[in-house]
Design a protein around this ligand. Structure first.
Ligand code: ATR
Length: 286
């Protein structure tokens, strides 16, 4: 995005495989241009078997750090010299910062991104208002649950098709998490103030989430971490019955903030214009 780099340009990127559909270069590129930073953020296509060796090259190449995405987030936790508490708890690193001595510090900003996106979209909501229902128990669910527990949610009903995965998540994250079976997902909506989908259901190419919202209170906030499509069938159904909704793009945008600030020295802002720019990039993909 910045075509006038100097020899002192700061460097960062995103390591993943495949990486061609990542929106991170576009969103960091937007900020680099907006804040006129002498820096670059590039896609780094790194195969699974090469990750541990390649991540060690970041300091040697003078990189300020990198984001890490599928399938490397768990390997990144093992590869860094030090991991922040939230990354250890979640079991994954999505942001690496190269420290002055060349060592690697790992963070996980997914939970931060989730909470900041909710706060921005629904300023009147806070986790303390009442029970939250989280669907799914994968990596994204771990970040979401940790953020909700740390934010003071009084009760978290965790619903997953595979109960053992939900039990493991509850044991690792701690706090007021109650595991609910997939069959009971509709009764779990009674009295809830937040419903979040972290499963892949509703994503383009996947079946929609099979969930009747009848028992969900009308004031409950509904969020989906799926952002392709932006308006998932869950969000469409929730909005149609008057529930406030927040789409999944905000989490992607807000999770990028801590890395950008650490690598490039500017606290970036998520704006409507930036959102529109990133959305345009999604629409022009195949
Ligand atoms: P991520 O790390 O991105 O969260 P993941 O680890 O693949 O992705 O998790 C996907 C989530 O979607 C899981 O909770 C998965 O349920 P299981 O733990 O039972 O596999 C859920 N999921 C995927 N397909 C599903 C389906 N057809 N019905 C119910 N849940 C499904």
């Amino acid at each position: 995005m910045n075509t006038t780099l100097s020899g002192k340009a700061k460097l960062a990127g995103v390591m993943g495989w495949p990486i061609g559909h990542s929106l991170s270069p576009r969103l960091h590129g937007y900020w680099l241009r907006q804040y006129a930073v002498d820096g670059a953020y590039v896609p780094l296509a790194v195969r699974r078997e090469d990750f541990a060796g390649t991540v060690r090259m970041l300091p040697r190449l003078g990189f300020a750090g990198a984001n890490v995405t599928v399938p490397h987030k768990e390997a990144a936790l093992a590869a860094v010299d030090e991991a922040a508490g939230e990354a250890r708890r979640i079991g994954a690193v999505n942001t690496i910062v190269v420290r002055a001595d060349g060592s690697l510090m790992g963070w996980n900003s997914d939970g931060f991104g989730f909470m900041e996106s909710l706060k921005a979209g629904l300023p009147e909501w806070n986790p303390g208002l009442g029970p939250a229902v989280v669907l799914g128990a994968g990596g994204a669910a771990r970040a979401v649950c940790a953020a909700l527990v740390d934010g003071g949610v009084p009760e978290l009903r965790l619903v997953n098709r595979t109960a053992s995965r939900a039990e493991a998540l509850a044991a690792d994250i701690g706090g007021p998490i109650e595991v609910v079976s997939w069959a009971e997902r509709e009764s779990a909506l009674d009295g809830a103030r937040l419903l979040t989908n972290t499963t892949t259901l509703g994503m383009a190419g996947n079946p929609p989430l099979d969930l009747v919202l009848e028992r969900l209170p009308p004031e409950a906030a509904v969020t989906d971490i799926v952002y392709a499509p932006l308006r998932t069938p869950l969000l469409v159904a929730a909005a149609a019955r008057g529930n406030p909704t927040v789409d999944g793009l905000g989490m992607l945008l807000h999770q990028a903030r801590p890395g950008f600030a650490a690598w490039f020295g500017v606290e970036p802002e998520v704006t409507d214009e930036m959102r529109a720019f990133v959305l345009q990039g999604m629409e022009s993909q195949d």
